[in-house]
Design a protein around this ligand. Structure first.
Ligand SMILES: [Zn+2]
Length: 222
């Protein structure tokens, strides 16, 4: 019975490390769903909807993608990585297929909340299979499609994935507690995973109100 499972990034890494892969992987192929768009994401029901479409309309055995990334940075494990995907004709046997729930022909990847998480996931897959950033491909290289959307540029995407591996350690004095918040330097600006940093400092991220352009953080959280 096909199923999907939402995991944290740490759980994703652990899952990767525990995999016993029966197939060789030499490519990670990036997609967008086109439909549903980012604004249509409703959690599990959206992922199940994609799987049902792939099974009932396309006649496949499961969701065609191995991994789906949501606009709120949820990570979904879909078709088991051990099995060949159904996402890129001629490349399925030896690749991992990751899809953003978005339409990057129309929606702006720079304001997409799951972009960096998707790139971290791609970087983790590269690391697990000993691949370099050149193993990252866009679906449109292999098909007469725009996938994963013309607003995404492959060279830039690969460069950003490469930078994922240059993470900084955030250390809190005096206890020298380490906060794994995926910090990295980008042109002299330190970028971090805000939720991880806030929680590591004892705050709680209460809400993200996109329309008002606010992130609400509360003292004395977890
Ligand atoms: Zn595609």
């Amino acid at each position: 019975m096909p199923s999907e499972r939402q995991v944290s990034f740490a759980e994703f890494e652990q899952h990767l490390n525990n995999l016993r892969m029966p197939r060789m992987i030499d490519e990670v192929i990036v997609h967008h769903t086109e439909e549903p768009r980012a604004a249509q994401y409703r959690g599990l029901s959206t992922i199940q909807g994609v799987r049902r479409y792939h099974m009932q309309v396309r006649g496949w055995s499961d969701n065609g993608y191995h991994i789906m990334i949501a606009p709120n940075a949820d990570i979904w494990l879909c078709r088991p990585l051990e099995r060949a995907g159904g996402h890129c004709l001629g490349h399925n046997a030896h690749s991992v297929g990751l899809s953003y729930i978005a339409n990057f022909d129309a929606e702006d990847p720079r304001s997409y909340g799951g972009m960096v998480t998707g790139q971290r996931v791609v970087q983790a897959v590269l690391k697990r299979f000993g691949l370099g950033v050149k193993a990252v491909h866009f679906h449109r290289e292999f098909a007469d499609k725009t996938c994963p959307g013309m607003k995404l540029d492959l060279t830039t995407y690969r460069k950003e994935v490469e930078q994922m591996s240059q993470e900084l350690q955030i250390v809190v004095e005096p206890a020298r507690k380490m906060i794994p918040c995926h910090a990295r330097l980008e042109s002299d600006t330190t970028r971090v995973d805000l939720r991880a940093l806030a929680e590591g400092l004892g705050y709680e991220v209460v809400d993200r109100i996109r329309e008002e352009g606010k992130v609400v953080v509360r003292e004395g959280g977890a």
